[in-house]
Design a protein around this ligand. Structure first.
Ligand code: PLP
Length: 377
C-alpha cells in the first residue's frame, strides 16, 4: 500500500520547506474571511468524552440542514464521524458483512476509494459517469442484493451532478432490485448550474439500503476539524454507532461545537468564493484556448492542459515553479492527461499558480518529455 500521488507530492514538497511553494493540490475552498467559530476552552470538551453518536447540538444542526434540503432526516438518522472517509469506511465494512460483493462506481473515482473497496475483498466496477447514466445503462449490469452503488455527486473530479430524473430512477431501482446505494455528498454546497441540484436527498423516499455521508471538509472549508456525518435509516444508526464506539469512542467535542457553529453560520461566502474562482479559471482557459468541459459543480475544474503526460508536467511544475498540483494519477482509472485545478483558492494564489502553469506550458519542449525525476512513485 502506498500514499496517494497527492500525498506523495506534498511529502516531496515538505523535503524542501525553505522554498516558497504554491499549493494548488487540494480542492479545499478557502474562506474569504475567517469564519467566527467559538474559541474553545479546555473544559468545553477536551477534558471529557462526548457521546458516540454525536453531540445533541450538532445532530440537531445537521438534521435541520438536511431538512432544509428537503430530506426526511431527524437526529435519529445521523451519526457524526471523523470526516467523510470515516463514514465511508464504516458503511463499506457494514456492506461487506452483509454479503456485498461488487460496488459499481461512477468514475473516474479517487483511487483511495477503490483501494478501500478492494481492501475488504469487494470488486469495484468503475464506469465513466456519462456511460453509466446515459440511457439507464446501469440497468444492464443486473444489480441486485449482492451489489452496491457508490455515487459521488457533485462529482470529484468532473463536477457532474445527478439529474433529478436519473436520481429518481436509480432510487426506484434500488428499492425494486435491492442493491445498496452509497451517496457521497461532500461537495453538496457547490452546484453552479441552474435547474440542477447538488444533493439528491430530497428524492430519497425510503432510506432502507440507502447510505449517505457528508463532511465539513469541503462544504465548510474545514478539513482539519475531521468532522463528517453519516445518514441512514434510523434502525441502522445504533449498530453503526456501536461499531464507531468500539473503534473511536467519539469525535472531538470541541470540533463538533465548531462544526455546529459553522452549520448555523452557513457557507454563502465560501460558495461565492468558489464561484468566483471557477470563473477566473474558466476565463483563463478560454484566453489560453484550453477547452474545459466544466461540470455542474464541485470545487475544482478537471482539465486536459494539452501537455501530454500530466505526471511529467506536474513534475516540471514542482521543479521549475515550485507549484504542486493533483493529477489524473490520483484517480481510477488513471487519467494520464488530466490535472485538477482548484477553484476555491484566494484570487492571488490562483492567479500566480495559473501564471506558473502557463510559463511551464510554453516552456515545455521535447527534451522535457523525457524528464524522469517524478515525485510520484
Ligand atoms: C469525493 C470525496 N469523498 C470524500 C472525501 C473525504 O473527505 P473528508 O474525509 O476529508 O471529510 C473527499 C475528500 O477529498 C472527496 O473528494
Amino acid at each position: 500500500m502506498k500514499l496517494s500521488p497527492l500525498a506523495q507530492r506534498l511529502a516531496r514538497m515538505d523535503q524542501f520547506r525553505d522554498a516558497s511553494w504554491t499549493v494548488l493540490a487540494e480542492n479545499v475552498p478557502v474562506w474569504p474571511a475567517v469564519p467566527p467559530v467559538p474559541t474553545m476552552q479546555w473544559t468545553d470538551g477536551d477534558n471529557a468524552y462526548g457521546p458516540s453518536q454525536g453531540t445533541a447540538e450538532l445532530l440537531d444542526a445537521l438534521a435541520l440542514r438536511g431538512r432544509a434540503q428537503g430530506a426526511a432526516l431527524g437526529p435519529e438518522s445521523l451519526l457524526v464521524t471523523n470526516g467523510g472517509f470515516d463514514a465511508l469506511a464504516l458503511i463499506t465494512r457494514r456492506l461487506h458483512t452483509r454479503g456485498i460483493r461488487r460496488v459499481i462506481c461512477a468514475g473516474p473515482v479517487l483511487s483511495s476509494v477503490v483501494g478501500l473497496f478492494e481492501s475488504i475483498g469487494v470488486e469495484p466496477v468503475v464506469l465513466a459517469w456519462d456511460d453509466l447514466f446515459t440511457g439507464e445503462r446501469w440497468r444492464g449490469l443486473g444489480c441486485g442484493a449482492t451489489d452496491a452503488f457508490y455515487l459521488n455527486t457533485p462529482h470529484n473530479p468532473t463536477g457532474a451532478c445527478l439529474a433529478e430524473d436519473v436520481a429518481k430512477q436509480l432510487l426506484a431501482d434500488q428499492q425494486r432490485f435491492g442493491f445498496q446505494l452509497i451517496l457521497d455528498l461532500v461537495y453538496d454546497s457547490f452546484c453552479f448550474q441552474d435547474g440542477c441540484s447538488g444533493s439528491p436527498l430530497a428524492w430519497v423516499g425510503n432510506w432502507q439500503g440507502v447510505y449517505a455521508f457528508n463532511s465539513f471538509s469541503k462544504s465548510y472549508g474545514a478539513p482539519g476539524l475531521r468532522v463528517g456525518w453519516l445518514m441512514a435509516e434510523p434502525a441502522v444508526i445504533p449498530q453503526l454507532t456501536a461499531q464507531f464506539e468500539m473503534e473511536r469512542i467519539a469525535v472531538s467535542t470541541t470540533a463538533q461545537t465548531k462544526a455546529a457553529a459553522l452549520c448555523a453560520l452557513g457557507n454563502r461566502s465560501l460558495v461565492d468564493a468558489v464561484r468566483r474562482g471557477r470563473k477566473l479559471v474558466l476565463d483563463w482557459a478560454a484566453a489560453e484556448r484550453i477547452e474545459i468541459a466544466a461540470g455542474h459543480g464541485g470545487t475544482q475544474l478537471w482539465v486536459d492542459l494539452q501537455v501530454g503526460d500530466s505526471e511529467r508536467f506536474a513534475d516540471l511544475l514542482m521543479e521549475r515553479e515550485r507549484v504542486v498540483v493533483t493529477t489524473g494519477a490520483n484517480y481510477h482509472p488513471v487519467q494520464p492527461r488530466y490535472i485538477r485545478l482548484p477553484t476555491g483558492l484566494d484570487t492571488a494564489t490562483l492567479t500566480s499558480g495559473l501564471e506558473a502553469i502557463e510559463r511551464v506550458r510554453r516552456g515545455a519542449g521535447a527534451a522535457d518529455l523525457t524528464f524522469s525525476g517524478s515525485a510520484v512513485r
